[in-house]
Ligand binder design. Structure first.
Ligand code: ADP
Ligand code: MG
Length: 238
């Protein structure tokens, strides 16, 4: 059985079309891609306990199938340093979501490890009707949203494909030590791109995957946010 097949099947059986952040991170981590440690809290006290286990600073986020863009609704609190900040953020996130998306089903609050600042990149997976699973790469924020500075390759990606798709974006120099910054770990990025392609090949039910952002570091990387869209038919065309 392919890694993560059971968690995809469970979600589909429950009639869900998305894997929320904790499940999506579990899936990619089964493919050897580093993710922030996460745990779902169902109460304020539990959030505090989990924060203690994970270690401060932590990040809190809403977990809801009805909230795919969490920060847009005040559903993310970053860099919480102590118990009081966790309690305050827990209440604030719930009240933000209740007032902005009153109908949202809330499954809990995700407590996670804080990832230090790196170069924010985006790795995506989509299904091309003709060519099948296709991997996307770009730099986070304005580079993708405004400049559309992204590259694509059809899975399976060979080493060279992954290498080229990094080099061909215009913002590539930001990865190699622009203005005295330390270069990021291109090998780690390369293997993440290849592995994301493999997820697409292994799981026809995954119609889209969005790792946004991934923090790229001089050594290694960390997936900070992840989302997967499922299609029950597991069809090629979508
Ligand atoms: P959204 O659903 O709005 O995309 P994200 O999980 O991507 O929510 O969080 C929004 C932003 O908060 C991210 O782009 C990132 O800059 C920051 N962030 C989120 N999680 C972490 C984390 N674990 N460590 C550090 N920064 C984070
Ligand atoms: Mg995000």
């Amino acid at each position: 059985m392919k890694p993560g097949a059971d968690l995809i099947r469970r979600a589909l059986r429950e009639g869900r079309k998305v894997l929320l952040e904790p499940e999506a991170k579990e899936l990619v981590s089964l493919y050897g891609i580093d993710v922030t440690r996460v745990a779902v809290a169902r109460s304020e006290d539990e959030a505090v306990r989990l924060a203690g286990e994970i270690g401060y600073p932590v990040v809190l986020k809403i977990v809801s199938p009805d909230v795919l863009h969490k920060s847009d609704v005040g559903g993310v609190a970053v860099g919480l340093e102590c118990e009081d900040e966790v309690r305050e953020a827990y209440r604030r996130i719930l009240s933000n979501v209740r007032s902005r998306v009153p109908s949202a089903r809330v499954e809990g609050i995700l407590v996670q490890e804080f990832a230090p600042k790196g170069v924010e990149v985006i790795i995506g997976l989509m299904r091309d009707p003709q060519f099948g699973p296709t991997v996307m790469f770009g730099l986070g924020g304005i580079f993708v949203e405004i400049f559309k500075d992204v590259s694509f390759r059809i899975a399976p990606l060979r080493d060279l494909d992954a290498e080229e798709m990094m080099r061909e974006i215009r913002s590539f120099p930001l990865l190699t030590g622009y203005r005295g910054a330390e270069p990021v770990d291109l090998e780690a990025l390369k293997s993440a791109l290849i592995r994301v392609g493999q997820v697409g090949l292994d799981h026809p039910e995954v119609s889209e995957m969005d790792l946004n952002p991934v923090m790229a570091y001089p050594k290694g990387l960390k997936v900070v946010d992840a989302r997967v869209i499922l299609s029950p038919s597991g069809g090629e065309a979508r």
